[in-house]
Design a protein around this ligand. Structure first.
Ligand code: ADP
Ligand code: MG
Length: 452
């Protein structure tokens, strides 16, 4: 292979592929795609594993061939060969460096925009598209391009952890990128409801109305939360009509279709149904695999495919759990542990709900006490010292997430009213979602708690 081929021709081919498949798919499947040999119209291309080879052949043969033909018209065919060199693993030291850089990068780009409430980490180019979310993805892309004109409202529904929030926020981020000057608000329905109730209390309903009517796009996440909340439903109904009549774009998400949300006024339900209603399903194996690969690359670590394969085989419903399992493998890896098939299988076992139930609240308290070097008794005491308040919030979070205790039972352990517990839980859950460092701390703690 000549230098020149490498630098210009090959770059052009890769660019063609990228244009065809999109940034995220490209990153996942084509980042180790290398020309090996060209003779008599046949091009041999090296790929990192048998899995990648099979997948590319199954899905992308035509695209690859077209992309090559465009640059080398005399091409007859290409052949994918599995690389024999173990180049994929960067050495440990190098990876650690990479890792810190990634964290720093995350810190600066993960700041939530206070005006729009959007998190820049949710983008179309890091959303893996597969059969389970293809339609929703396409609809969101169209909405971002022609806001208020095509699908209004857009109503996306699906179970927890399938990427609804990611898609909605990506739509907002993309719309802002394209249209620059538009005004946009993203918020969860719970935030909408709370803000409305507060405005009633503070006699500031007018300000509330202005805030949500002075936008070109309103994105309301988890709208099923409105079930049974009559006053907020009514307010949303009026907000909706106001925006809709001005051809402003409205986007909703929900954990179920409009007709299945209980205790919703008929007129609001019919608004939900009035545009495009579209579902997202749990991803199939290939999509899960691709998501894992992408998330892993984002975190600056590349494993052998067996790691992604085992996780994608075992965790099938919720992408957040998929990410959690991956993080725990990355954590072990960064501790210097050797990542073997057995180790990954063992770690994955701990992500099942049945396993969680075997962990005792005592174990959680003990782990927190050791990790933060404070006495167990001090954690349970009603102290206002900032450090202890944080640990207590983490305790509530784990008692809920791992032990799956009810709010009143957690209240008994901490000698607090269950409404206080709900408040603390929701606060810390939001913080974890918004703060990548805290979420990493959670993963570390979780690994310790789930250790034998
Ligand atoms: P939901 O709102 O449906 O509960 P989220 O949008 O919060 O789910 O998704 C959970 C996690 O999974 C997020 O970190 C998100 O980035 C990730 N995720 C979901 N779907 C995809 C996808 N198709 N590609 C990449 N990441 C995804
Ligand atoms: Mg969500």
């Amino acid at each position: 292979m000549t230098e020149e081929f490498f630098q210009t021709t090959w770059d052009k081919i890769l660019n063609n592929i990228k244009t065809n498949v999109g940034e995220s798919v490209y990153k996942v499947w084509f980042s180790y795609f290398e020309p090996k040999n060209y003779s008599h119209g046949y091009l041999k291309i090296e790929v990192p594993s048998k899995f990648v080879k099979d997948w590319l052949e199954k899905k992308f043969t035509q695209i690859i061939l077209r992309s090559i033909k465009d640059v080398i018209p005399e091409i007859k065919n290409f052949e994918l060969i599995v690389s024999t060199k173990p180049t994929l693993k960067v050495n440990y030291k190098e990876k650690l460096v990479k890792k810190t850089q990634t964290i720093e990068k995350h810190l600066s780009i993960f700041e939530i925009n206070p005006q729009t409430n959007l998190n820049p980490r949710y983008r179309f180019d890091n959303f893996v598209v597969g059969p389970s979310n293809e339609l929703a993805f396409t609809a969101c892309q169209s909405v971002a391009k022609s806001i208020g004109k095509l699908h209004n409202p857009l109503f996306v529904y699906g179970p927890v952890g399938v990427g609804k929030t990611h898609l909605l926020q990506a739509t907002g981020n993309e719309a802002l990128r394209i249209h620059k000057k538009i005004k946009l608000k993203y918020l969860t329905t719970e935030e909408f409801t709370n803000k409305f109730i507060n405005s009633l209390k503070n006699h500031s309903v007018e300000e509330f109305k202005i805030e949500f009517r002075d936008v070109d796009i309103l994105i309301l996440d988890d709208v099923h939360f409105l079930s049974g909340k009559n006053a907020s439903q009514e307010e949303l109904f009026h907000t909706f009509n106001y925006l809709y009549n001005l051809s402003k774009q409205i986007i909703f998400s929900s954990d179920r279709p409009p007709q299945l949300i209980p205790d919703i006024e008929a007129r609001l339900r019919s608004r939900f149904e009035g545009g495009l209603v579209i579902d997202i399903n749990p991803p199939d194996y290939e999509t899960r695999f691709a998501i894992l690969k992408l998330k892993s690359q984002e975190k600056g670590v590349i494993f052998d495919d067996f790691v992604y394969d085992i996780i994608a085989q075992k965790i099938t419903k919720n992408i957040r759990e998929l990410e959690g399992a991956l993080s725990s493998v990355i954590f072990r890896y960064n501790q210097g542990e050797k990542i073997t098939i057995e180790k990954v299988e063992d770690l994955i076992k701990k992500f099942s709900k049945d396993y969680y139930k075997k962990v005792s609240p005592k174990k959680i308290i003990k782990t927190l006490s050791e990790h933060y070097d404070v006495k167990e008794d001090d954690i349970l005491k009603k102290s206002r010292i900032k450090h202890l308040v944080k640990i207590r919030k983490l305790l509530i979070y784990f008692l809920r997430e791992i032990n799956q205790l009810s709010y009143p039972s957690i209240g008994e352990i901490l000698k607090k009213d269950h409404t206080t517990i709900i408040y603390s839980y929701e606060k810390i859950a939001k913080e974890i979602k918004d703060n990548p460092l805290l979420s990493q701390e959670i993963e570390i703690l979780k690994s310790k708690i789930l250790e034998n």
